[in-house]
Design a binder for this molecule. Structure first.
Ligand code: SF4
Length: 361
């Protein structure tokens, strides 16, 4: 591998080759460098060592029960105020009907998403998980995020860990990792987040407590909001330290956001962020790109820059909770398989916990 004389890149290469953990200085260097190809090759090799030739995706059933949310995250295109023309809230009966559809389709897992509704009590959110579990039976359930867990704990005036234990008993397998961008508090002002949403301390506490009782989570970061390389790496350093402690994150993913709210920012920066995630987060097996957000072409290219998961084929459009967008879906897994095989890799369907359930050799 050639490094064109850039001593800093050579040092990173040597560390990666010797399995030595990158430090914050290396991380910053990745973001500041223009040596995209040597860095990409390192990330690709690190990915290959972790996950081999597979590229995974999920095929699960989504139940989005409300788009009403009292928070106002600046980047959210999904939320609606109560009373808006296109606001909706399912009844428990409708959630059950959806769960019956999921059972008929024999999906191994259900994803349950909604907003932080101003009036709903915790009982409703809990009942939704129980209804899915009781209706579908043997099913993995991915529901909510630390944003909602914190909200439930406030509603119930109890510690988030009590809420987590109740949800686990009801059938919760995992929750999503939105809000990780707040681990470096300097991000909070840059993201113009709703102050009621979450803070870094709570995000960390909720994820650690979840991991302790066997609820898996992931970590999701927004970038492209005027952050410095140092802030990005400081965020990832905290995340890496939590994973060292708990090993409870299934994967990491991120979304590029322009300050004007437009998707993605700069193609090379997007690639460098993926390379950084793969090389710096050495205790994460899986780095995911969500093709519904990045577009299929970028998603395919990302497979050569450290990514090993493309999220999925969805039975229904899904919300990206962090960005609040509703994304499109592939109508079948065939196109997904095609973009993976034409990138020279082997498609494999996975579950929420990243167990491979089908390999398409
Ligand atoms: S991202 Fe989630 S918490 Fe924020 S406004 Fe949208 S639905 Fe609400």
């Amino acid at each position: 591998m050639h490094h064109n004389g850039d001593a800093r890149i050579k040092r990173i290469h040597d560390k990666v080759a010797d399995n030595v953990r990158l430090d914050e200085h290396d991380g910053i260097c990745i973001l500041q460098s223009n040596e995209i190809l040597p860095l990409g090759m390192m990330a690709d090799e690190a990915r290959r060592m972790k996950t081999g030739n597979y590229v995974t995706f999920v095929n699960n059933y989504h139940i989005c029960f409300t788009n009403i949310c009292k928070n106002h995250c600046f980047h959210c295109r999904f939320r609606r105020d109560k009373g808006a023309d296109d606001a909706f809230l399912m009844t428990m009966r409708q959630i059950k009907e959806k769960a019956e559809e999921a059972k008929e389709l024999a999906v191994p897992e259900v994803l349950l998403m909604g907003g932080v509704h101003p009036d709903l009590k915790f009982d409703f959110y809990l009942e939704a998980v129980k209804t899915i579990k009781q209706t579908v039976g043997d099913v993995l359930i991915l529901a909510y995020s630390a944003v909602e867990i914190k909200h439930f704990s406030e509603l119930e005036q109890t510690d988030p860990k009590e809420i987590l234990a109740i949800l686990k008993d009801a059938g919760l397998t995992a929750f999503t990792g939105g809000g990780m961008d707040l681990l470096d508090d300097s991000y909070i002002t840059k993201l113009k987040c709703d102050p009621g949403r979450l803070d870094s301390e709570k995000w960390i506490y909720i994820h650690k407590e979840a991991h302790k009782i066997g609820i898996a989570t992931n970590a999701c970061m927004i970038y492209g909001v005027g952050e410095s390389p140092g802030e990005v790496v400081a965020n990832l350093a905290k995340l890496r330290a939590i994973q060292d402690e708990t090993n409870g994150f299934t994967h990491f993913f991120q979304y590029g956001y322009g300050e004007d709210g437009q998707k993605m920012t700069d193609g090379l920066y997007d690639l460098k962020m993926l390379i950084l995630a793969r090389l710096y987060l050495d205790n994460f097996d899986h780095i995911r790109v969500y093709w519904g957000y990045t577009g299929k072409r970028f998603a395919q290219i990302s497979l050569h820059f450290g990514v090993d998961d493309l999220n999925g084929v969805m039975q229904k459009g899904r919300i990206i909770h962090t960005t609040g967008n509703i994304s499109p879906s592939f109508s079948s897994g065939d196109e997904m398989k095609k973009i993976i095989t034409s990138a020279g890799r082997v498609p494999a369907e996975r579950d929420i916990l990243f167990n491979k359930v089908r390999i398409f050799d």
